[in-house]
Design a protein. Structure first.
Length: 351
């Protein structure tokens, strides 16, 4: 009787295993019962990781150990994850009453999240479609990654800084100084910010670092190089979108950014990192690169699912590999199924 009870509880325990992280070897049976033994397997995910409209993602790892993701939207939605794969919505940065309104009827596009002096600082683009001289870049601040964010208003507009289509901003620190990089198909520029990151530094001069072929700028420092990532092509034409993630590299933040054969991004040359395929159209506007606990680099970005473009620009995740110092997604197209990133202390454990 005692042996039967042991077998019963062993079989009961096996039947409660989480099928999301395990798989069954049918040929391996536990003694005296018909429940198969359970074998640990590498967990996988499928793209898209979020099947709702989340254009222009930006991501940060907060002090609570979770990743927080922000995207283009009326109130700037906020999602949270412990592993870059499983996301839940936790709020919005703004409400109808608190969202920026310094450009009438404008959308809030392409947020960029950062941690500066103990605050969560969100840069955003404020524009109406086609308003290339009235659009501009603003900033909002919060004590918590999930918000709410308090708008600090416009940093500049296209017509005040002299750069047409001043959107798609990205913040970076280098050499103890703070900078903003921005622009969309009218040249990509960089300018120094004040020490608090909330305004352009008095007397600072803008520097052009790339040509007119890209938008959605992101610069990643790796070794001795700065890697410029941008998106070329059309962002927002559903299944006909041609967005493509491209790159160049430089030994200085301010360029020149060059291709493998030494041609300049200011002359609209670039290397392809990722393009569409038969399933996904217009992959682009990538978030910051995140490195997992095994040293693998990961990139979140948006794309249209060709079978359902009406669902908007959904969220995809892929690994970046480095070949002789150059970044690319394996196969240069979005993956279907891949192993999940490895984070050994997921969520709530702090940094």
């Amino acid at each position: 009787m005692k042996r039967l009870l042991i077998v019963f509880f062993a079989c009961s325990a096996l039947s409660g295993v989480d099928s999301g992280t395990q798989h069954i070897e049918a040929a391996q049976l536990a003694p005296d019962c018909q429940t198969p033994r359970v074998k640990k397997a590498a967990r996988t995910y499928r793209n898209p990781v979020v099947s709702v409209n989340l254009p222009d993602p930006t991501v940060i790892k907060a002090g609570d150990g979770y990743f927080y993701l922000y995207a283009t939207g009326r109130h700037t939605p906020v999602f949270r994850s412990s592993n870059l794969v499983d996301w839940e919505k936790v709020g919005n940065c703004f409400t109808d009453g608190t969202r920026p309104s310094w450009e009438p009827q404008a959308g809030i596009w392409a947020p960029d999240i950062n941690r500066i002096d103990g605050k969560y600082v969100l840069y955003y683009s404020h524009s109406v479609w086609g308003g290339e001289w009235t659009c501009g870049i603003g900033v909002a601040v919060s004590d918590k990654p999930e918000g709410p964010f308090a708008d600090r208003g416009a940093m500049f507009r296209s017509n005040t800084i002299g750069v047409q289509n001043s959107i798609d901003q990205f913040y970076i620190e280098d050499g103890g100084k703070k900078y903003l990089i921005w622009g969309s198909f009218r040249g990509i520029y960089c300018i120094e910010l004040e020490d608090d990151g909330l305004a352009v530094k008095a007397g600072a001069e803008k520097i052009r670092i790339a040509g007119t072929a890209t938008e959605a700028s992101y610069v990643h420092r790796r070794g001795k190089y700065y890697y410029y990532f941008g998106s070329a092509g059309t962002c927002c034409e559903g299944a006909n979108s041609t967005y493509t993630v491209v790159a160049g590299r430089s030994e200085s933040l301010f360029g020149p950014y060059l291709t493998k054969d030494g041609r300049s991004l200011t002359d609209n040359y670039y290397e392809v990192v990722l393009h569409g395929n038969a399933i996904f159209a217009g992959p682009g506007h990538n978030a910051e690169i995140v490195t997992d606990d095994e040293g693998n680099d990961w990139m979140l970005y948006h794309a249209y699912l060709k079978s359902n473009p009406e669902n908007g620009r959904v969220l995809l995740l892929d690994r970046i590999v480095w070949d002789d110092g150059w970044p690319a997604v394996p196969g240069l197209t979005p993956s279907g199924e891949s192993d999940v990133p490895v984070f050994r202390s997921e969520g709530g454990m702090g940094e």
